[in-house]
Design a protein around this ligand. Structure first.
Ligand code: COA
Length: 342
């Protein structure tokens, strides 16, 4: 296996209008929850969690720190890096499975917190795949000349929808937010090259939050059943995650006119190191080509790739001209992939 991407410039199929990622930001809450902390809550061990998932720690938001608060902190960091003012933002898309409330959209709370008074705001519901679904929507609005500047947010307070008595799920998730600002810049040659999104509702019940909607409202009678928390069939999700992410990777690469050999860095959904290892193995590229932070933050669902993108960006991992593949998977089922030139 080669450890470096192909160096000769490939023939890339670029979209009609440039869509650059002009700034990224992220926010992680202060409180660190370790595997040892969890072993005091449920029957588990650091060894079990580490070998099955690669997760060592995750962050947990404060009681009065909501999804929109974390999103707004990440948004301000991205705006500063992009040198974009609040007034310039035309659209805020916020992907989440743990909104502040069912309505209004959490994006509207963020709008007020950052003063983006000219923006239209909506939430995107595609579970862990939501950030790249929102990137695709942003790209469509920009390439169609509808908007110039779109803020794409992935933000989650999963600790608020976690069953802290269920060892099958509570060891996996964490809180946080990540943001990318997408903008048309007439002089830019780099940016989003291809996107792909997909879904399969036939498997909706292997990863879901069954209660709290109109189908099963939470009542005094069912309140003890933890219906308003994440339910998951781990083994089924694992298999679907690997096959869907492999297929999605191929689709975005084909659309871009690239092969995996051209990719300098893969930023995958941060659910589990074993899933990432399986994908690296099947794509036949070394693991060091992947950006991984799931060991520190656990699975932050829609926020995961957004946080990883910001960390990869700020740490200097992404070099100008690099081709980057982002690929995600989530409840729904949903999956998505994006190829960008940095
Ligand atoms: N600590 C100790 N034991 C645990 C545990 C924990 N935190 N969670 C589950 N177990 C037990 C189970 O009760 C089960 O015990 P049993 O066999 O006595 O019934 C056993 O461990 C299951 O072990 P194993 O078969 O080795 O689990 P696994 O290899 O399938 O790993 C997951 C479990 C959840 C880590 C794995 O299935 C997975 O990663 N799935 C995908 C999850 C995911 O990424 N979800 C989000 C996608 S967006």
């Amino acid at each position: 296996m080669k450890s470096q991407p192909r160096s000769s410039p490939p023939s890339v199929k670029r979209p009609g209008r440039s869509v650059s990622i002009v700034g990224t930001g992220s926010y992680l809450p202060e409180r660190v929850l370790t595997n040892e902390d969890l072993s005091a809550l449920v029957d588990t061990t650091d060894e079990w969690i580490t070998t099955r998932t690669g997760i060592k720690t995750r962050r947990i938001a404060a009681k009065d720190e909501h999804t929109s608060d974390m999103a707004a902190r990440a948004a301000l960091a991205a705006m500063e890096q992009a040198n974009v003012t609040a007034e310039e933002i035309d659209l805020i898309l916020l992907a989440t499975a743990s909104p502040d409330m069912v309505f209004p959209a959490t994006a509207c709370f963020v709008q007020t917190k950052i003063g983006a008074k000219n923006a239209a705001c909506l939430d995107v519901s595609a579970a862990c795949a939501g950030f790249l679904f929102a990137v695709e929507i942003a790209q469509q609005f920009i390439t169609s000349h509808t908007y110039n500047t779109v803020m794409v947010i992935g933000a989650e307070k999963l600790s608020s929808i976690t069953n802290w008595t269920d060892r099958n799920t509570c060891v996996l998730f964490g809180d946080g937010a990540g943001v990318a600002i997408l903008q048309h810049r007439s002089t830019a040659t780099h940016g989003v090259i291809s996107t792909h999104i997909g879904s399969n509702g036939d498997y909706n019940d292997i990863l879901w939050m069954p209660g709290g909607g109109c189908r099963t409202p939470i009542t005094a009678e069912n309140a003890h059943q933890h219906l308003q928390t994440i339910h998951m069939s781990g083994k089924d999700v694992y298999k679907q995650a690997v096959t869907s992410m492999l297929d999605a990777s191929k689709k975005a690469l084909d659309k871009a006119g690239l092969t995996i050999e051209d990719i300098a860095c893969v930023i995958p959904h941060q659910a589990n190191v074993r899933i990432i290892e399986a994908i690296a193995d099947r794509l036949k590229i070394p693991l060091d080509r992947f950006f991984i932070n799931v060991d520190r933050y656990g699975n932050t669902s829609a926020a995961a790739v957004a946080i990883a993108l910001d960390e990869a960006n700020r740490s200097g991992r992404l070099k100008q001209g690099d081709f980057i593949l982002m690929v995600v998977f989530g409840g729904g089922l949903t999956w998505a992939s994006t190829v960008i030139e940095w």
